[in-house]
Design a binder for this molecule. Structure first.
Ligand SMILES: C[S@@+](CC[C@H](N)C(=O)[O-])C[C@H]1O[C@@H](n2cnc3c(N)ncnc32)[C@H](O)[C@@H]1O
Length: 225
């Protein structure tokens, strides 16, 4: 408990954690580039980031891109925040919020790419609306992501992968859908740069193949200006 409190205190004083109680939490919408990153580079979101392994991992490789890990759990975000601070990754930030509230933090077109890595599978039918690839969330992503922005999903969970593929294949606003049932036996593996999250280590130890898909929305006609 004391460890958790110390992490929360660290989050409170760390610039790279945007959370309730800080002024920037209320004012950052539309200003990520001008007020936080202070550059015009692309912004990549890692949703349900947990410890933020993709944000810090990709952030260390792609210094000319900005990364924002988003999760509701402050003690997990702290791990990524600390790593980013230790490694001097000024292009990495963490936002502590429910993903349902993305519209409170981003203007349409403000970010360019989304990674969803090992989201909770929420297997109960009554929990479908809580899956991060359910129609409710897809509509939020479609509204906010910039034209042609790629959305990635990485999971070990066959039911969630099936569910998501089924939804995407039946939508007429989805393009460039590509996938593999065995990420590490596919050419897509290179795009992951050997980054593995806490949950991936846990589940691949149980022998589950890692699945991956990516797609774009046909949102070319949306005018973000
Ligand atoms: C299974 S964990 C995966 C964490 C990390 N991506 C990994 O692979 O280790 C799922 C994460 O999603 C977060 N989460 C689930 N639903 C969320 C929501 N609606 N808003 C914010 N975070 C959410 C949880 O707090 C948790 O950290």
């Amino acid at each position: 408990m004391r460890k958790k409190q110390a992490r929360f205190e660290d989050n409170r004083i760390s610039r790279n954690v945007i959370e309730q109680g800080k002024e920037i939490f209320e004012t950052i919408k539309g200003k990520w580039r001008s007020e936080f990153f202070k550059n015009d580079n692309d912004i990549v979101l890692e949703l349900a980031c947990g410890r933020g392994e993709y944000s810090t991992g990709l952030g260390a490789i792609f210094k000319d891109r900005n990364f924002i890990g988003i999760d509701i759990k402050g003690n997990r975000i702290w791990v990524g925040s600390k790593k980013a601070r230790m490694e001097g990754l000024d292009n990495v930030a963490f936002l502590r919020t429910q993903i349902d509230h993305l519209e409170k933090f981003f203007e349409p077109g403000e970010f360019n790419e989304i990674w969803i890595v090992f989201p909770d599978p929420r297997p109960k039918g009554s929990d479908e609306h809580r899956r991060l690839t359910s129609p409710k969330y897809l509509e939020i992503y479609k509204k906010l992501i910039s034209q042609g922005g790629i959305i990635h999903l990485k999971t070990d969970n066959t039911a969630l992968f099936d569910y998501t593929l089924g939804l995407l294949e039946n939508r007429d606003d989805v393009q460039d859908l590509e996938y593999s049932w065995e990420l590490y036996n596919s050419d897509f593996a290179l795009d992951h740069h050997d980054i593995k999250t806490k949950y991936e280590h846990q589940f691949s130890g149980q022998g589950h193949a890692i699945k991956y898909l990516r797609f774009r929305f046909k949102n070319d006609l949306i005018d973000f200006q």
